[in-house]
Design a protein around this ligand. Structure first.
Ligand code: PEP
Ligand code: MG
Length: 589
């Protein structure tokens, strides 16, 4: 037995150790078989029957997963039922059968190929990952063209094991991970925003993806260590390595138990100053997980995902079903729904978006929505309809100037009046806020904030636009510094402008999840921190370990320093001097 160490992407932290169960790979056979013209209607009927069997299967799986893991995790099957019912997808398969006189297997594999390359051409990783949903549904229909053999993988179903797969299709991931016996997951492909990654994180199952060819290097019953924190996988480790990781695992498990405890504690500093941790989410399934990490609301729901559930544009009902699910699960806590942030580099498969010479400075987010008013109105109607229980709020991304807010308000009023005419209930007082992520908007925060109910600072975009640095560009990413004195001045100004007007202000970029930056923001007067839920406990731990006065003083002194590094060193030194526990958990994840 050879001992191999592999590097991948750790997408769900923790360590899992045990024997492997290798999951079969879903393959579409690509051999074209031509059929006589007279057989075409029969082939179409065969396809239809397979789709019907797939529907029954999805409904059954939904029930099963819902019983085992709760309704929120069964939502993936609703999304797949929607894809299954999407006429344009189905017609594309029928068309190939009719025009090419091909068997359904071939037609399905061709349509799958077309969609895979369409999604692959998208720049945004999150959107690219949605190709697996389409593939999942098509492969299920494919499998149902023949009357079913017993489901695969049963041999591994009962015992505790490490699941190894080339890729897990979303429904397969929901089914497998719901059984409670998966210790960890290792996959050849995938990224941090894939369904398997999101699900693994929400179920606390360690996972490493992007391992290229692990499925070819292992066989069933090999022993595997999966380190989801460091993105490492070890095949058949010697005893000494096993022991080392056993120790690491125990330490990590202790740390998690402490996190869980922290999640339940009050969000107050040593001197009883309240702060409010909120969650950034992309899927409705993440709501419960967010609350289990200690979130006190959903500070940012990125609505783009709804557009990926179908080949055509989502209907008002598609939007509504997602927003109302989130609003219900989070009630009475608030949910900030951000309207579509698309355009520029983030494209949508349904829309022909014109190539722009400089997409980061182009028709993005609210600029795109105001140019595509029907699409925007559909989204606003659905958000309003989901607002009846009064915990829904709206966030408009990438606002640059006051005029845009005026336009949004006019449109918003138009939609409200339409709903009233139709006697549809909604929250008339639904609060409206904007994201501050364009430097020009931050510089007039004192003016903008008067026009809205609250603001949310998107530091990810704000910093890259302010410093003129694309942080994913390896040549200049060293210049991307959230603690650059100019960035801190701008953020301080924005927070203070909002507080002066008595308006709520949140930071929902990555800075809110970094203990050192969060302390600085806290020193500026910020109390609402919205972040990826897994970081909530560590931010709570940091803020619970300090006193406002110490932080304010350290931050004030730091603002007189020249460089990001000086500022970082100063804050660490000053805070640690008084509050040695402030960064204790900061390094652990
Ligand atoms: C941001 O820009 O900080 C933000 C939260 O928006 P996104 O990361 O979705 O662009
Ligand atoms: Mg942004």
């Amino acid at each position: 037995m050879s001992f191999i160490r592999l590097r991948g992407i750790g997408v769900s932290p923790g360590i899992g150790m045990g024997e492997i169960c290798l999951s079969e790979r879903v393959v579409f056979t690509a051999r074209k078989e031509v059929i006589p013209r007279a057989r075409v209607p029969w082939e179409l009927k065969r396809l239809k029957k397979a789709a019907e069997r797939t529907k029954e299967e999805l409904l059954e799986l939904k029930k099963d997963v819902s019983n085992k893991m709760g309704e929120e995790h069964a939502f993936i099957f609703d999304a797949h039922l929607l894809i299954l019912e999407d006429r344009s997808l189905f017609s594309a398969v029928e068309k190939i059968i009719e025009e090419e006189k091909a068997r359904a297997e071939w037609a399905l594999s061709q349509v799958n190929r077309k969609y895979q390359s369409l999604f692959d051409s998208l720049d945004d990783d999150y959107f690219r990952q949605r190709k697996f949903d389409v593939s999942d549904v098509l492969s299920r229909i494919y499998g149902n063209l023949e009357v079913k053999k017993p489901t695969k993988g049963n041999a591994c179903d009962a015992r505790k094991m490490i699941l190894v797969a080339h890729e897990l299709l979303p429904s397969e991931a929901a089914m497998r991970l719901s059984q409670g016996n998966v210790l960890a997951v290792a996959m050849d492909v995938g990224g941090p925003t894939s369904h398997t990654a999101i699900l693994a994180r929400s179920l606390n199952i360690p996972a490493v993806v992007g391992l290229h060819n692990i499925t070819q290097q292992v066989k069933n019953d090999d022993y595997l260590i999966v380190d989801g924190t460091d993105g490492e996988v070890i095949i058949n480790p010697p005893l000494a390595v096993k022991k080392e990781f056993q120790g690491k695992k125990e330490k990590y498990d202790r740390y998690c138990r402490e996190l869980k405890k922290t999640a339940k504690l009050k969000s107050v500093t040593l001197d009883e100053v309240r702060f409010c941790p909120l969650a950034n989410i992309e899927l409705p399934e993440e709501v419960n997980m967010a609350f289990s990490f200690g979130a006190e609301g959903i500070g940012l729901f990125r609505s783009e995902f709804i557009f990926l559930q179908k080949e055509t544009l989502p209907s008002e009902e598609d939007h509504f079903s997602v927003y109302s699910r989130i609003a219900k699960s989070a009630h009475p806590f608030p949910v900030y729904i951000r309207t579509l942030d698309i355009g520029g580099e983030k494209s949508l498969p349904q829309l022909e978006i014109e190539k722009e010479p400089n997409p980061a400075l182009g028709l993005r987010a609210i600029r795109f929505s105001l140019k595509n008013r029907d699409l925007f109105k559909t989204q606003l109607r659905a958000i309003l309809r989901a607002s009846q229980a009064k915990n829904v709020r709206i966030l408009i991304p990438m606002i640059t100037e006051v005029e845009e807010i005026g336009e949004v308000k006019l449109l918003f009023e138009e939609v409200k009046q339409e709903l009233e005419k139709e006697r549809i209930k909604f929250d008339r007082q639904i609060p409206l806020g904007v994201m501050i992520e364009v430097p020009a908007a931050a510089a007039i925060a004192d003016i903008l904030v008067k026009e809205v109910d609250y603001i949310s600072i998107g530091t990810n975009d704000l910093i890259q636009y302010y410093l003129a640095v694309d942080r994913s560009n390896e040549f200049v990413s060293y210049l991307y510094k959230p603690l650059h004195p100019s960035v801190l001045r701008l953020i301080k100004f924005t927070i203070e402008a909002s507080l002066r007007e008595g308006k709520d202000v949140t930071v929902c970029g990555e800075m809110a999840a970094d203990p050192l930056s969060a302390l600085i923001l806290f020193g500026f007067g910020l109390r609402k921190f919205s972040m990826n839920p897994i970081f909530i406990p560590r931010i709570k731990k940091t803020l619970r370990s300090v006193e406002l006065r110490t932080v304010e003083k350290a931050v004030e002194e730091a603002l007189g320093l020249k460089t990001a590094q000086d500022i970082e060193e100063h804050i660490i030194e000053r805070i640690l001097l008084k509050h040695p526990k402030a960064f204790l958990m900061g390094q652990a994840i």
